[in-house]
Design a protein around this ligand. Structure first.
Ligand code: GLN
Length: 306
């Protein structure tokens, strides 16, 4: 496809999304996120050949939040003989990303790695594997995003730590069932810093090429096998937008992962990685404008896994 084609598609996506910019509510349960200007919107497309096209506030950095869960899982799954699936299931939860109740009657095993308890277990496992879960994630994202200075935002990380009782509850409940390997405060320190990593749409789209290229890194080496990348994308489709996963599959038809910073990563396997960002969230914690933009993109281009 020509550069003109992509610019035309992006102009249409932006046009379609414009009335929805500012819609929704900025996440304020993490106080630092509550101060973000809601009237921002960015969208970026990275093609598997490395070309990037974007529109709007696509170079403005935002809090990556739960989108990091895709990349910590990729790092854990890249280890041969990992046994992470004995510690977390692979079913949609149908409940909120920080819900406690399923954990109690499912013996401390979270429904999937993309809700908070599942992701905390994945971070725990990455910590056991590497000794520095946050550092391993940051290194991966630096190389794949092309930004060697990509990093956590210490103010957001502190804000999460100060208000993180729900995540502490989840982690200690899992620990009570014997499903934590490292001390909870240490795991959560890595988890909070992980969530606070800042990234732009252009950087996130580039990082997502790891999946669009079926597990191949920017340097041409393979982090994941094709089958592992496929399984991560299956989890994104079924679990990546929490209790809206059905709605997102219906509207967009791509593996997606959202974060409460308003970002959304979507993958067209073998073709594109898409990153959309708008800080206003719907009731289930997914960006309103990012969803509209991704739906417009898939409608205009007919790119979908279906
Ligand atoms: N840091 C957030 C939390 O733990 C991540 C949640 C999200 O993005 N859905 O609550």
């Amino acid at each position: 496809m020509s550069d003109d084609y992509y610019q035309d598609v992006l102009a249409q996506v932006a046009e379609h999304t414009r009335p929805h910019i500012g819609a929704g509510t900025v996440a304020d349960y993490i106080p630092q996120l509550g101060g973000v200007d809601p009237n921002q919107f960015g969208f970026a497309v990275a093609a598997v050949d490395g070309r990037v096209y974007s529109v709007g506030d696509a170079t403005t950095r935002f809090s990556m939040q739960s989108i990091t869960k895709v990349f910590t899982l990729a790092l854990v799954m890249s280890r041969r003989n990992h046994n992470v699936w004995t510690r977390v299931h692979r079913e949609p939860s149908g409940s909120a990303f920080n819900s406690l109740y399923q954990l109690e009657f499912e013996n401390g095993i979270a429904r999937n790695p993309f809700i908070n308890p599942g992701a905390i277990v994945v971070t725990d496992q990455l910590l056991s594997n590497t000794g520095d879960a946050f550092g391993a994630l940051r290194d991966l994202l630096r190389t794949e995003s092309g930004n060697p200075e990509l990093d956590a935002d210490p103010v957001t990380a502190a804000s999460e730590r100060d208000t993180g009782d729900r995540n502490r509850s989840l982690a200690y409940l899992m620990a009570s069932f014997g499903n934590m390997r490292n001390p909870v405060p240490e795991v959560l320190d890595h988890y909070f810093r992980q969530c606070s990593i800042t990234v732009s749409c252009e950087e996130l789209a580039l990082a997502g090429l790891l999946l669009a290229r079926h597990g191949r890194r920017a340097d041409g080496s393979d982090l994941l096998s094709r089958g592992e990348a496929r399984r991560i994308m299956a989890l994104m489709l079924t679990c990546g937008t929490y209790d809206s996963a059905g709605e997102f599959a219906f509207r967009i038809g791509l593996p997606c992962k959202s974060g409460v910073g308003g970002g959304m990563l979507a993958i067209v396997p073998g073709h594109y990685s898409l990153a959309a960002w708008g800080p206003g969230l719907g009731p289930k914690g997914n960006s309103v404008s990012a969803a509209v933009a991704l739906e417009a993109f898939t409608d205009i281009t007919s790119c979908s896994v279906f």
